[in-house]
Write a protein that binds this ligand. Sequence first.
Ligand SMILES: [Zn+2]
Length: 496
Amino acid sequence: MLDIKHHGAVQGVTGSCHELFIDSDQSVLVDCGLFQGAETSGSGADSNSLEIDFDLSAVQALVITHVHIDHVGRLPYLLAAGFTGPIYCSKPSAKLLPLVIEDALKVGVTRNASIIKACLDRLASQLVPLDYKVWTNIPLNNNAKAQVQLCRAGHILGSAYAIFRVEGDDFCRPKGTTYRTEGAADRQLQGTIQQKYWDVLFSGDLGAPYSPLLCAPQSPYRADQLVLESTYGDRNHENRATRRQRLQQSLEHALSDSGTVLIPAFSIGRTQELLYELEHIIHQNKQKAVSKTRSGVSLNWEDIDIIIDSPLASRFTDVYRSLASYWDDEAKRRLSSGRHPLSFEQVTTIDDHATHLQTVSYLQRQTRPAIVIAASGMCAGGRIVNYLKALLGDARNDVLFVGYQATGTPGRDILKYHNKPNGYVMFDGERYAINAKVQQISGYSAHAGQRDLLNFINRMRVKPQKIHLVHGDDGAKRTLKGLIEKEYPKCEVVVP
Ligand SMILES: [Zn+2]
């Protein structure tokens, strides 16, 4: 068994950062994410103190599972703390990562162009883009040997789970476990078997099967030790068709009174998935009446304005389009049939701040319904905040949550208090009444549901001996732990 220290995503779902010890004084870091809301590392770091709060002396390399800010947001602090090793990520992630880091620096650290450039140059010099499913040696000292392989995780474009294969003589599997060497038949172990290597898998964020645009994650052949996310360890999602239908119904309901529908969404991944789904809804329902202007003129689906108010999201959408070779077959088919799943007529993207402010006040006085997608996904900052401040008080408007809302974020408060008498949410020290209608489509998640998580383990031919559950609220982790223990009594399940 290998030692793993968890520096984040232990108390909740943000700040992902795990340290795998190859031997007593060499380690590899997996992700280095930002904390959001009330979540902390437990040893000093939180959403306000972002400095690296653990010893870096053993860290030889960093592996990035995907480019969401809660997995990469503290990378500039890691570089500032003196980390000079290789940074491994998938090829699509390597294209997306500089945009995320640049934005994180601008939002949270500095607008000084030369500092930003220095940080991005440093990042580029350490970045090692990897193909999926290819083993890569990690440079180590003292004859230690370890390799890493990235496999598609189906969470956002470029997302991966990482398998580390660590060589050594003292790894063993106990009697009674089913074991199969690659290519051979399953057999029950009669005695303890020595293994020459040990595979440790870090799931990163695992996607649900049939996510728009993305290939579904497939389980690896084996994992001896598994660090598994558990965001939805206590819930299952609806299937793809149901959730698209629910999205369409929620939007039709919301648009029926001519208001604005606000969808808080991560700029990366979720926004592109929503665009992809909206294009399909419009494609199938072009002539269907969905709303009216204030003066009573009937509007069809193809007349509805969709506003993407996020410079980062629109830059990301461009990169997503340039990476169409990584899309799933369905998305490629739509593209080759002449459709434009990520850039269609009804979409307006807003870049500069002045236009953003104009749009907010226009929508406050508006006479036409609209759909606005803006970050951040949990309403903890970003342009969505100005929209919420301006539009939450009007009962004609709707807020539609499609993603997970962490404890302590305004998003969670809106969900919790919207149907309470005099419900309100705080932004910048002020109360904002919630009169807008609030809906949540929980099935619409970029994360695997409970059954998907269990299937991920179940489909491995050689099952883990130890599973560390991270990246989930207490209830989700407890429920999932119980289910795994019941199904695999020989597996040790820990909740760090
Ligand atoms: Zn993520």
